[in-house]
Ligand binder design. Structure first.
Ligand code: SF4
Ligand code: SF4
Length: 262
């Protein structure tokens, strides 16, 4: 039975708009990760990882209702960055509330400099399975239309012992699927056998293609009814392009050494 602290934390996250909430025992996760991708690298003494995310359209609708929406962007910020900043604030609010309950921890945000694999943590937390075809985290209800927003790394096990929540043994949507996600992508970023060439994606998008969304995601039948609305999909799509340009060394980034681009 969930502790009352866990129940309240879950409820607070849900009410704030973070409708995906999962727990991972840090020691179990680290045991199957390379040394440089372990949770302990980020917070020594971390026993519990809270994985916070959003699934479906609810978060975007709440974001638009509670803030100035994308129009509230500061200079140089893409609309997706404003939404991410909004989500980070919710994660920090939850962290502060836990601290007030005596639970020490820290917030980790996704990004190219964050070494832990968010999708693997999402899978361990039972929030979906990592597709062996695209590498996207697929949620049983929302499919690829989810976003992992932040991790809370908590000292010890304040919610009590954490059981293995993975659903990978019983949810395998890619098995037997005809893989429309592969053929939907014109430059064939995914080869269908688990390999991907993100440089192809970056080059294709840098040339002005896929401006309004990703056909690979749109083609996946899992959770199709929860697809982003057109404005959210376009907005969410803008930030990864900036990241892709940077990591792929496109545009002005071609003048920057690789080691400075990650
Ligand atoms: S389209 Fe099929 S193979 Fe591709 S990610 Fe979705 S379920 Fe998996
Ligand atoms: S954004 Fe376009 S090029 Fe990139 S994976 Fe999606 S469909 Fe392929």
């Amino acid at each position: 039975m969930a502790s009352s602290l866990l129940q309240e934390a879950r409820q607070r996250a849900e009410q704030a708009g973070l409708n995906l909430f999962g727990l991972v025992r840090a020691e179990r996760f680290d045991a199957c990760q390379p040394c440089d991708r372990r949770v302990q690298q980020l917070r020594a003494g971390c026993g519990t990882v809270v994985v916070l995310g959003t699934g479906g359209r609810q978060f975007w609708q709440r974001f638009r209702a509670q803030t100035d929406g994308p129009d509230g962007a500061a200079h140089g910020e893409s609309p997706a960055m404003v939404a991410d900043r909004f989500a980070r604030r919710l994660a920090h609010d939850l962290s502060h509330w836990l601290a007030a309950q005596g639970v020490a921890g820290s917030v980790v945000e996704p990004g190219p400099r964050t070494p832990v694999r968010f999708s693997c943590l999402g899978e361990s937390a039972g929030l979906g399975v990592v597709s062996p075809v695209t590498g996207h985290l697929l949620h049983p209800e929302f499919g690829p239309w989810i976003a992992l927003r932040a991790l809370l790394l908590l000292d010890g096990e304040p919610f009590g012992p954490i059981t293995n929540a993975s659903i990978a043994h019983r949810f395998q949507p890619c098995c037997g699927c005809s893989r429309p996600c592969v053929t939907a992508c014109a430059p064939r970023v995914y080869d269908g056998n688990g390999q991907q060439d993100l440089l192809r994606c970056a080059t294709h998008r840098d040339a002005g293609n896929c401006e309004t969304g990703c056909n690979t995601r749109l083609a996946c039948p899992v959770g199709a009814e929860h697809r982003d609305g057109p404005d959210e999909h376009a907005h969410r799509h803008t930030q990864p392009l900036a990241q892709l340009r940077r990591t792929a060394g496109l545009g002005m980034w071609r003048f920057v050494p690789r080691s400075w681009r990650v």
